[in-house]
Design a protein around this ligand. Sequence first.
Ligand code: BGC
Length: 364
Amino acid sequence: MNTPDSVERSAFGTLPDGRRVDLYRIVNGNGVEMEVTNYGGIITSLKTPDAQGRLDDIVLGFGSLDGYLSDAYRQSNPYFGALIGRYGNRIAGGTFELNGKTYDLAKNDGPNHLHGGDKGFNRVLWNATPFENDSGSGLMLTYTSADGEEGYPGKLDVEVTYTLTDNNELAIDYKATTTRATPVNLTQHSYFNLGGEGSGDILDHQVMINADEFTPINETLIPTGEIKSVKGTPFDFTKATAIGERINDDNQQLVRARGYDHNFVIDRASATDDTLVLAARVSDPESGRVMEVATTEPGIQFYSGNFLDGTLTGKGGNAYGHRSGLALETQHYPDSPNQADFPSTILKPGDTYQSRTVYTFSTE
Ligand code: BGC
């Protein structure tokens, strides 16, 4: 397949085992530009116009593969821009039972399993195929996760498609099939700063989350199982509110997560499983940039970058300080394999996992 004109491929670096890693630059008709590497399916750069038409890079990341391979990066492991799997978010105690068998996974986040384990989908090399079609241009990424990889059952064939459209949308389509029943929860872990990466914190960003409920967490950030109303709490984002307005409130949930790091239950009342529902809207009063997130998923993790501490310096030469980016990860609820009352994340042989999330960029 020939690379279409709207997608440019260049070298991004070399893995320790000698494999070459590529970077793909995708540009739409309005000059919105995105760079993706086949290492971890990482979105390394995304340039969108502000209200004055000025392009800035609004995602955190690095300008070369070395940034993602460095010891400092791997130790703090923020998962900048990466595809997350086989199971996004936490699994309590790094263990779950399925069909009478116990599966033990890496405990790579205190006592828990996080984002697929020691070598999740964020750290593997994907096969990449650039394309151009009626809706836009982009990159199709495929990866086969071996039976038993990171402790999970079943050989999982995964396909993720990034499409950049001329409506300034980034559509992400996920597909997977398995040879044995397995939990699957795929997501994308971009950190956004609508003022531009490296421009400071995101506390002035206004956030709306289409959720009347969220899933409170215990001391190790595992859902307690309760589905709690956001009413009267700092988790009520049903009306747009500045992130910083309540983030330091004396609230047990905020203290536990050191800010926002919670799964919100998207209001899908009148929607069928495969329809896109607006999950969140973020706006930056300073630049005028707006981002909307729509998804077929039932949940969204709002993470306010609480664990960023200035030790990593990004592609623009600026340190990524506390809360200098935010993530909105569409997903099934955390720890679902151990929570019978949560929507199931088990994919069975013969079935196809399918999920779609669309980020739309505009200005006001
Ligand atoms: C989690 C955070 C975690 C971050 C980076 C987010 O998805 O919710 O708790 O620190 O990923 O690892």
